[in-house]
Design a protein around this ligand. Structure first.
Ligand code: NA7
Length: 536
């Protein structure tokens, strides 16, 4: 640190999740001084924070790991086809040990503000703990699902029991449910994972559902030594293949349409997919399910029937069948015994659209139809996705403009990588980008590799600033909105349009194109003298 206590680096990376960790390795290899700032006490990001019971991958474990290190690939043995949070957290810790990453990471440090200094062309970052960093180049590896969302309902401070958000799950104590009365609010990808786990031992569980989701069976299983041998033998083909898929998953849409095959062939295919692991039953089927409402409805009816078969009480079954959105227009959760959980005597379901929560009380949750007394409330209410983590930080660019202000009607970016007026600042997992959206490591690795080339150019060529051209930003931002408009996805309320957050503008915040197309755009822009960027 200098006399004022400011610590200066060539590059500061915010976030030590799977993206920030890999970025650290590559910036180090450029020989640049670098510091990673991480709010948590450990590495792994999502897999550090989401330590709730049942947290698990919906991507096949071996497809969801770093591909850059042969030795790591050979030595890591996945225990399950879809790894649970503890296994994933161990994996990221193992990587941090192996690459000796921790010596360049400040843990328990959350950045609260960042200001660009136009004289020195550098960023000054302040943490909530009083640390001050200065960097020529800042990389935001803050993740797309890292700003927890809580219902805006009064009274939680009065509640005398315990409450937890699934993504802020305590790491220092064991949370028991034995014999307790538990409430879970939220039935997204997280809710369907935590609910069956809680119901195993809870005295009573009340689930508060705002929207029923099209959840499908995960069909997890342990991996044998033989499985692992086969999986490892497949790595040289699998990773290049995954880079060419839409979002880095092992499954891909069938070019055939469901309407082109005989109904009995189609139904047999749906049945087979239903009995197969993971996202086969989402993105491994006929491609028209993604855009043809009528085709989608047929599949919805097939899935609705599956839900009915699994639930004893037909009235409860109907409550669990989505009635307001097409399959796949919200994130499809994968589940293990989720529906069967509602057959248990100790489990109740409350529909928030019929019976909203009005407030939290000393003893529990007050709904319009009465009070539900509980010992523990679990918020599985998701995240302010894509933009939340960035908007949480007071980011000030040229002329003192804040990113929050610039984004008040929705994010503006150039290729999801930069925001005009915020030079030398790159975003790896945020709005409009593919980094982190899809199969995490598959989508993040090529983006990290591209940013590394930018960092190298920046310092090697002695640039003072690289910024997005406002015109290129306007074109990209419009293109993102236009490609999403009119799609089946646009008919649903989802995190992709910010609908889960009250007051968030309804704008498409993800990137709807494919991973190879996204990466090609990045490469082309760089090859074409940084087309769309202002460099000097
Ligand atoms: P999601 O998928 O955003 O789900 C959050 C759930 O919480 C969903 O059921 C929401 O209902 C519900 N929710 C959100 N706000 C409220 C309020 N205010 N009151 C009641 N219920 C609410 O987050 P997850 O954590 O489940 O999944 C996140 C990611 O994990 C996912 O994208 C995967 O990549 C893995 P809604 O559907 O909005 O009506």
């Amino acid at each position: 640190p200098d006399e004022a206590g400011v610590r200066s680096y060539d590059v500061v990376i915010v976030g030590a999740g799977l993206t920030g960790m890999y970025q650290l390795k590559l910036v180090r290899e450029l020989g640049r001084s670098v510091r990673v700032i991480e709010a948590g006490s450990g590495v792994g990001g999502t897999w550090y924070w989401n330590a709730y019971p049942g947290a698990r991958l919906d991507s096949e474990s071996h497809s969801y790991q770093y591909s850059f290190d042969e030795e790591l690939l050979e030595e890591w043995r996945w225990k399950e086809m879809f790894a649970g949070q503890p296994e994933l957290e161990s994996y990221y810790n193992h990587v941090a040990d192996k690459l000796d990453l921790r010596r360049d990471i400040d843990f328990d440090t959350r950045i609260e503000s960042m200001v660009f200094d136009e004289e020195t062309n550098s960023w000054t970052l302040h943490s909530t703990t009083g640390e001050v960093y200065r960097a020529r180049f800042v990389i935001m590896a803050t993740g797309i699902l890292s700003d927890p969302n809580f219902p805006r309902i009064p009274g939680l401070d009065r509640f005398e029991g315990e409450w937890y958000h699934t993504s802020l799950w305590p790491k220092d104590k064991q949370i028991g449910f034995e014999g307790k009365r538990i409430a879970v609010i939220g039935t997204g990808a997280t809710g369907v994972q935590v609910i069956p786990e809680v119901a195993k031992t809870a005295g009573h569980l009340t689930v508060f559902q705002r929207t029923a989701n099209w959840a499908v069976p995960l069909r997890n299983r342990p991996l044998s030594d033989d499985d692992m041998a086969t999986i490892r033998a497949g790595y040289p083909d699998m990773f290049p293949y995954l880079r060419q898929t839409f979002s880095g998953f092992l499954h891909s849409w069938d070019p055939v349409k469901s309407t082109e095959v005989a109904p009995e062939v189609r139904d047999a295919r749906y049945e087979e997919a239903f009995n197969s692991p993971g996202f086969t039953k989402w993105i491994g089927l006929y491609n028209d399910l993604a855009y043809d409402a009528e085709a989608n409805k047929v599949y919805c009816e097939f899935l609705a029937e599956k839900i009915r078969e699994r639930i004893n009480d037909p009235e409860i079954a109907e409550k669990l069948i989505p009635n307001d959105h097409y399959f796949g227009t919200k994130r499809v959760p994968c589940e293990t015994n989720y529906y069967e959980t509602y057959n248990k005597d100790n489990v109740d379901l409350i529909l928030l659209k019929e019976n909203p929560i009005t407030e939290f009380t000393e003893k529990g949750i007050l709904t319009e139809q009465g009070e539900v007394e509980v010992d523990t409330i679990i918020f599985a209410t998701g995240f302010d996705a894509f933009t939340g983590a960035l908007n949480k930080i007071d980011i000030r660019g040229l002329g003192g403009q804040t990113m929050r202000d610039k984004w008040k009607d929705g994010p503006h970016t150039y290729m999801g990588m930069q925001v005009a007026g915020f030079p030398n600042l790159f975003i790896e997992g945020g709005p409009h980008g593919k980094g982190g959206h899809g199969n995490g490591p598959r989508c993040s690795e090529p983006v990290v590799e591209w940013v590394t080339k930018v960092v190298d150019d920046f310092f090697a060529k002695g640039w003072s600033r690289i910024d997005a051209d406002p015109e290129a930003e306007a074109v990209w931002t419009k293109q993102v909105a236009d490609t999403a408009a009119g799609t089946l996805q646009a008919t649903a309320k989802s995190i992709f349009f910010g609908d889960n957050i009250p007051g968030k503008p309804r704008v498409y915040v993800a990137y709807i194109g494919s991973l190879p197309e996204f990466v090609q755009n990045l490469e082309n822009a760089r090859d074409d003298d940084y087309r769309g960027f202002l460099v000097h």
